[in-house]
Design a binder for this molecule. Structure first.
Ligand code: AKG
Ligand code: FE2
Length: 279
């Protein structure tokens, strides 16, 4: 029997008692609705081949290969490998791989003109301690903004690149590092729920369009202070066989980046975009 439990009042739902390889449209519709409500959906206890992971992920949208070519699965470009090749040939820990996603709270894909709808991870190996993924709500961040700041943000856009102001792009091939910035409104209305969210990523934003550099940096700092609202965090403690999807249009996340490096922490990961609108 399918069992669905909310993990916190706003973010995170845990599903047990389903096999994602064999769910009918009605059950999928329930999972999808739960995901939209809770921003993060965990389905526990899966045993998936790579084709199963792709097929289930495609039910959420279009899969797109990640711009980091060196971390793509060798046989399957839509799948990114997390935690693989963590040690350089000289035995040094490769921090870009070990701490991927751990540098700060973020949303995935803001550097793309059509940012990612969702990201989905499937856990193949999990360390004995640490290595959680942390989530929080962009709706709560927007709701917490003072009215004046909400007004100021209306019509303002952020300009984003993969490496942000610090130009951190170690996982990109050199030829992929200088793409032109993508612009997105700082307040985005979620296309499916109709709710407003603070769409913002301090690690990828270059500037707020139309402001001078000092004003832009000050606004970026101010917004960073509203991102994570108390009571909206969900910390996912992984188990092997967990499949977790998050909605990049309404949630922030980060990897804890704190597990014993000599242990394995390996996931398959896909980036999911919205289907082309057909109506
Ligand atoms: O490894 C994790 O916990 C999440 C990493 C991350 O930020 C991502 O995959 O987008
Ligand atoms: Fe991420």
């Amino acid at each position: 029997m399918i069992e669905i439990r909310r993990m916190t009042p706003q973010v995170g739902a845990l599903v047990e008692g389903v096999d994602v390889k064999a769910i009918d449209d009605e059950t999928f519709a329930t999972l999808y609705r739960t995901w939209l409500e809770c921003n993060v959906l965990v389905v526990r206890g899966q045993a998936l081949a790579i084709g199963d992971f792709l097929a289930y992920s495609r039910r959420f949208g279009l899969l797109e290969p990640h711009p980091s070519k060196s971390t793509r699965h060798p046989d399957c470009p839509e799948v990114t490998l997390l935690g693989v090749n963590k040690f350089n040939p000289d035995g040094q820990l490769n921090m870009a791989i070990y701490r991927r996603g751990a540098e700060g709270w973020h949303t995935d894909g803001a550097y793309d003109e059509v940012p990612f709808k969702a990201t989905q991870l499937y856990a193949l190996a999990i360390p004995s301690r640490g290595g959680d993924t942390l989530f929080a709500s962009m709706y709560a961040a927007y709701d917490a903004l003072p009215a004046k700041l909400k007004q100021r943000l209306e019509g303002l856009q952020g300009a984003y690149v993969y490496g942000g102001r610090r130009k951190r792009a170690d996982l990109l091939n050199p030829e992929d590092r200088n793409r032109k910035p993508a612009l997105h409104p700082l307040v985005r209305t979620h296309p499916e729920t109709g709710r407003k969210a603070l769409y913002f990523d301090p690690g990828k934003i270059l500037r707020v369009e139309g402001l001078d550099a000092t004003e832009s940096d000050a606004l970026i700092d101010e917004l960073a202070g509203y991102m994570i609202q108390p009571g909206t965090e969900y910390h996912h403690q992984w188990r092997t066989g967990d499949i977790v999807i998050w909605d990049n249009r309404c949630s922030f996340h980060k990897a804890a980046g704190d597990y014993p490096p000599e242990e394995d922490r390996i996931h398959w990961r896909v980036s999911i975009k919205e289907h082309a609108v057909t109506h």
